[in-house]
Write a protein that binds this ligand. Structure first.
Ligand SMILES: CC(C)(COP(=O)(O)OP(=O)(O)OC[C@H]1O[C@@H](n2cnc3c(N)ncnc32)[C@H](O)[C@@H]1OP(=O)(O)O)[C@@H](O)C(=O)NCCC(=O)NCCS
Length: 179
């Protein structure tokens, strides 16, 4: 979906979305109850791209674009139970947008992006509808992952400190997101 301006049809923003996947993705287990099978069956859709050109930002275009995209998806794919998207942890405009639009912060993927020699976490946000909900065992799986990461960082005080800091920030973010 795109936002175009004027007769010359200048592109101001666009979203892309998919529900068909040639093979399972690493994150499908975390998106929807039923995990990979549910996502591969078309019960969930993934927002690949959402962007607004720099000069047109901060005017509600992304919000309008995302709302239209969701409405179009709901009209065309009434069986859909979840729409998911990834966002880099420092992207406050996008995070703010997703939270305002009712997407739920489901999990963090640690060290997901690598830009300019720096690693960043990804947040997985999901919009649930038609009774869709996160996988029931997700909280337990995440706890196991965190405990494992803690154990592996025990021999390095610096890594352990970093781990605790990330964990604290994440818990705080979850609390704020639920408030
Ligand atoms: C994220 C992006 C799509 C937002 O587009 P936009 O048209 O400026 O967004 P909107 O005007 O609809 O505002 C959305 C929210 O971001 C906030 N926002 C906008 N610009 C901001 C800024 N510079 N800093 C912090 N927050 C900002 C708005 O206040 C709004 O928050 P609210 O809903 O709590 O009021 C745009 O910044 C962009 O294209 N970024 C580059 C691509 C990108 O990061 N895409 C997301 C990938 S996950």
């Amino acid at each position: 979906m795109a936002v175009l301006l004027g007769e010359q049809q200048i592109l101001l923003g666009a979203t892309t979305f998919r529900t068909k996947f040639p093979e399972p993705r690493y994150d499908m287990d975390s998106v929807l109850q039923g995990g990979i099978d549910a996502c591969m069956s078309g019960a969930a859709g993934y927002i690949l791209t959402l962007g607004v050109v720099e000069g047109a930002r901060g005017r509600g275009l992304a919000q309008a674009l995302l709302r239209k995209t969701i409405e179009a998806i709901q009209a065309q794919l009434p069986q859909l139970k979840a729409i998911w998207v990834h966002v880099i942890s420092y992207n406050h405009p996008a995070i703010s947008l997703y939270e305002r639009m009712g997407l739920q912060l489901v999990r963090r993927f640690p060290r997901f992006y690598n830009f300019h020699d720096q690693v960043w976490d990804s947040f997985l946000y999901v919009l649930y509808e038609k009774g869709g909900r996160p996988p029931e065992n997700l909280a337990l799986e995440l706890l196991k992952e965190e405990v494992f990461a803690m154990i592996t960082s025990l021999n390095s005080p610096q890594a352990l400190r970093q781990r605790c800091k990330v964990w604290f920030c994440w818990c705080r973010k979850r609390k704020l997101s639920k408030a």
